[in-house]
Design a protein around this ligand. Sequence first.
Ligand code: ZN
Length: 539
Amino acid sequence: MKLSFIGAAHEVTGSCHFLEACGKNILVDCGMEQGKDLFENQELPIAAGEIDYILLTHAHIDHSGLIPLMCKQGFKGEIVTTFATADLCNIMLRDSAHIQEFEAEWRNRKAKRSGAPLYEPLYTTQDAIDAINLLAPVDYGQKIVLSEGISVRFTDIGHLIGSASIEVWLEEDGVSKKIVFSGDVGNIEQPILRDPSLTEEADYIVIESTYGNRIHSEERPDYLGEFTRILRDTFLRGGNVVIPSFAVGRTQEILYFIREIKEQNLLPEYPHFDVYVDSPLAIEATSVFTKNGRACYDEAAMELVDKGINPLIFPGLKLSVSSDDSKMINFDENPKVIVSASGMCEAGRVRHHLKHNLWRPDSTVLFVGYQAEGTLGRKLIEGAPAVKLFGENIEVAARIESLKGISGHADMNGLLEWLKGFKSNVSHVFVVHGEDTVTDEFAQTVTDTFGWKAFAPFSGGSVDLATNQILSEGVRIVKQKADKPMKVKAENAFNRLVLACKRLMTVVMKCEGMANKDLAKFESQIQNLTDKWNPDNWE
Ligand SMILES: [Zn+2]
């Protein structure tokens, strides 16, 4: 009875835990590493063909994205997950394979010209289809016997449609232990999805810590009001609202809000405005939501369903699947909303819509999600005066706005609230899926709050579950940085201003933990300065 930590150990992405019990080899999640990646992951100690089961908490690629690679390497077991996650995997793993193939093709075109060796995609569409064929979905709340001595149950954790925490009961050589994997813990009061369900019993808990040291803002922003204001302002100017959005999850929330805006007639001046969803993946994901509504929706969404209303559909909603449909959107001259992927503007159809709208002072680009450093989305939010798209220089004249407020993850209090649900004597908590030091900090918080032993393993760390003995804390191997940090030339005044802002941000990050009074004073000074210099306020 042994648990080893492979991925998302002192990191946020690449979730993967390896459980050995009752003669079976089980992976819990098998995710791809994305974005910032600090440490080297240890190899799985066994071949892919020797894995019997993969238990999957949810469909996000940082939890599911390497399953097709396992299939390519010989995995033939079952992938046990919820019905909605299985449906999402059906589209997301194909999409992921498509991206891998596309990138390989692009690299190989270059390689052929330069005579470099050819590049093999990480996995292909066929590998993704092989994975999809191994999906064995179960209902929430249903305790199933996986094999002799091993039972599992999936509980709604409210992070993404189909997302679950997984309870695993083990019985081997007369020893019984129960381990609970949190998966990604959802935020409370999100649209569409239910709040995370609690679990009462565990000997061991493996918990994520994405926001393990942060607290979401106390006041919940008036999302609907802000959204309506942005639509009204843009339509009054005669422009379009382009929303770069993640295809799965965030797009459906946007549709949910727009339906409410229309239903409550919050924009009486423009009751019939059109909304284009221009992303085949988003359209497929929306139908996964509709299909799985009864199993996954919260009360408010279910109330609509019971009245025969689809909470994600409304008059004026137009779905464009083919690229011809997509191009036609630009011929519609009426003010409209265009929701398109990718969420950070790095790829996908949204780039075409940016090309057609960024130069228009009457249009708005509305960001609804986190924009990672180095992405086009981040550049726009930071006020880039011009950007390059399809080799063309495009002036940024459109308004750039962001709607903050919806995070798919619980904050520190939410995580502690979920842990509070456990009524049994917890022997050990293992903290994963957080930024490097955050995992350690949250482990300390857990011990301080509950008196439970808690620790954040590095990759390769392992624990004997029968005796509650830590066999290894794992190894901390820092990844070699592939690319050099971006250098900003300090020659011109604008660049010096950008550098000054970076310095300000460094100082801000150092202020965490300072007295609230001082933080508020600092904040108000920054707000005043920003208001003074914001060109939008000059008109
Ligand atoms: Zn997730």
